[in-house]
Each structure stands twice: as C-alpha cells, then as structure tokens.
Ligand binder design. Structure first.
Ligand SMILES: NC(=O)c1ccc[n+]([C@@H]2O[C@H](COP(=O)([O-])OP(=O)(O)OC[C@H]3O[C@@H](n4cnc5c(N)ncnc54)[C@H](O)[C@@H]3O)[C@@H](O)[C@H]2O)c1
Length: 332
C-alpha cells in the first residue's frame, strides 16, 4: 500500500481484511512519513518502508499495489511501480494533468500492466444496481455536499469530489459532452470549494451537478429522469428508488421480480426498490482490481475512464475560470 495518509489507511485496512480471507498477502505499507508508516505497519501487521524503491529492492515478489499519494505524485509513483512489473490501483483523480494521464497510459501499455483508477462510486452497490435499469437518461440532478475538513486542498472541489459524479454520469449517458456551463467559488481553501455545473450532451441529455466541501450537511445523491421513469440514488445509504409511469418499470427493469414494489400515493406511478446487498465500495473496488490482476483482464475503471473524467473536470475548471473573469470574481 503506497501512501498511508487519510485515504490510504482505508486501502491498507481492506487489504488486511482480504488477507484474513486468504486471497492476498499484504506485504507492507510505504510512506516517507516513517512514523506514520510504522504506525500503519503495526496496525495492519505488515512491514513499513520509507520509499517505493526500498520496498522493491527488499521484496521483488510484489505483484500489485494501491497508490494513494497526493495526486501530483500519482504519475511518478505509479510509473516506478509499473516499470518494476507491479500492477496498480491509482486513486482518483488519475493525475493532475492530461499529459500525466497520457504518460500513465503509455507506461501501462509498454509494460503490459493492469492499471485501475479509484473511482469508488462505480462499486457502490446502488450504482451497480442502477446500471441494468438505464435506457435513455435525459436529465440528471446531482448533489455531493460535505462539511469542511482540511484535506485534499491541493485540488479544487471539482477534481476532489465532483469527479466521482462526472465519472458515474459519463458511464450512464454514453454520449459526448456538447456544452459546459459552470460557476465556482473559493470559500475557505483558496481553491474552488463550491461549484455548480450544467453539462449538455450530444444526445440532448442535460446534467446539473453541485459539489461543495464547505456545506453544513453531508449529501450524496444522484437523481435522473428517463423515458417513463425517475430514478433516485442515495450513495451514502446505498439505496435506489425507481418511480415508473405507465408500465415503464416492467419494460426497463426486466427483473421486476427482484424489485420490492411499494404502494404509491398516485396510482399511475409505481415505486420500486431494487434488491441491494450492502457492501463497502472500497472492498468491492479492491476485489475487482485483484480479479483483473489475476485474470489479466481490463479493469472495471480503466486508465482511459480516469483520463476521460479528468479531461471533463479540467474543462469544467477552465469554464469556471472564464465565468469568474466575466463577472469579475477571482478564482483564488
Ligand atoms: N476515492 C476516494 O473517495 C478518495 C478519498 C480521499 C482521497 N482520495 C485520493 O487519495 C489520494 C491521497 O489522498 P489523502 O487524502 O489520503 O492524502 P494525504 O495527504 O492524507 O495522504 C497522502 C500520503 O502519501 C504520502 N506520500 C507522499 N509522497 C509519497 C511517496 N512518494 N511514496 C509514498 N507515500 C507518499 C504522504 O506522506 C501521506 O501520508 C489523493 O489522490 C486523493 O484524491 C480518494
């Protein structure tokens, strides 16, 4: 596990959990902050290393690694690992620039490495249960609000939080983005802390996103409309509600038997809840990564997916900059 700061610690915990199930061995944690590396190694019963190079020379048998170092270091660290023959799960956003993302793609191809990107919400059981229900989404309303904490302040809220939803919506819509409208403001960090974005896709679909890391409440919801249906995902509660009009539920769902129908106030509208088995998204993500490593298969969230979400995030930030220039407010 490379980088055991706020989020890397969670990866280490999950690897240890999988080790107890007997499918993987957690060799060690790497962090230049040796006090932290030692504490994590004690907590998760593995070795502590001060650098990737030190780990590689001590343990040539390492096959796979998660990378949760600050985003600006993703390329440097993942490149060293891939060149040494190690498959990588790189935290999101995949890199800080498109040039870095392209270099990751090049190195992964050259060394024939499995490289997955940590877009966690793809493994949220609520998102997975929604995938088979998608027909032609036309309108999204997405909210991701969190309370302020002094972490990940090296990137804007768009690359820190909104990128999760950009990746999910890109997966659901499968159409090119035609137009971006965006506004964003620095509030506490000097970078954009709150942003509102309207995307229009070639398909005609419109998606509105609000992301904030300076909110007083925690909300993570994605709602969308498609022919005859309104679908509401609560990422945090891991549940999905499907409201259908005029029999659309049967057509779109196919496996309506797996949905628990609920009485509705309006008899024209049927409400259903897909059956969902709760699972920690990070556990599902790491299990999928290890499966790709074993089978040498394309990961569920590829480097190309990570690059696509980053490209959209950066384009949104540019639009936020243009908007700030137009109205005479500094972007920070
Ligand atoms: N998927 C998610 O929901 C999610 C959530 C939070 C953070 N993240 C991502 O995880 C990454 C880390 O974020 P964080 O909040 O844990 O940051 P953090 O600053 O808390 O931790 C980063 C750690 O990396 C270590 N580090 C720095 N250089 C290193 C190197 N060369 N080798 C090994 N370790 C090194 C630091 O000492 C630190 O302990 C970021 O890319 C962030 O975007 C993802």
């Amino acid at each position: 596990m490379i980088g055991v700061g706020a989020f890397g610690r969670n990866h280490a915990r999950v690897y240890q959990q999988l080790q107890q199930a007997g499918r993987v061995r957690l060799v060690g944690v790497v962090d230049p902050n040796m006090a932290r590396a030692d504490a994590m190694a004690r907590e998760f019963s593995c070795k502590a290393f001060g650098s990737v190079e030190q780990m590689l020379t001590t343990h040539s048998g390492v096959q796979a690694a998660s990378v949760a170092v600050p985003t600006v270091l993703h390329l440097e660290v993942a490149r060293t690992l891939m060149e040494a023959g190690v498959d990588v799960l790189i935290e999101k956003p995949v890199a800080a620039t498109l040039g870095e993302a392209d270099e990751l793609l090049r190195v992964a191809a050259e060394h024939n490495r499995v490289a997955q990107v940590g877009h966690l919400e793809r493994f949220n059981p609520a998102v997975r249960a929604t995938l088979p229900l998608i027909n032609r989404p036309m309108f999204f309303e997405v909210h991701r609000l969190s309370v302020f904490s002094p972490r990940a302040l090296d990137v804007d809220v768009v690359l820190d939080l909104m990128i999760h939803d950009l990746d999910v919506v890109l997966t659901f819509v499968k159409s090119e983005v035609k137009e971006i409208r965006a506004v964003g403001l620095p509030v506490l960090s000097g970078k954009v802390d709150i942003a509102n974005v309207r995307l229009e896709f070639e398909s005609g679909c419109v998606a509105n996103f609000t992301a904030s890391r300076v909110s007083t409440e925690r909300v993570r919801k994605l709602r969308f409309f498609q022919a005859g249906q309104y679908i509401s995902i609560d990422y945090g509660r891991q549940d999905v509600l499907v409201f259908s009009v005029g029999g659309a539920a049967g057509n779109a769902v196919g496996s309506a038997a797996e949905m628990a129908s609920e009485p509705s106030v309006n008899p024209q509208i049927q409400m259903a809840k897909p059956a969902i088995t709760a699972e920690e998204p990070l556990l599902a993500e790491i299990k999928a990564f290890l499966q790709s490593v074993r089978e040498r298969s394309r990961p569920v969230v590829s480097l190309e997916d990570g690059r696509r979400a980053l490209e959209l995030g950066l384009a949104i930030l540019e639009e936020i900059g243009r908007h700030a220039g137009r109205i005479g407010v500094g972007r920070g």
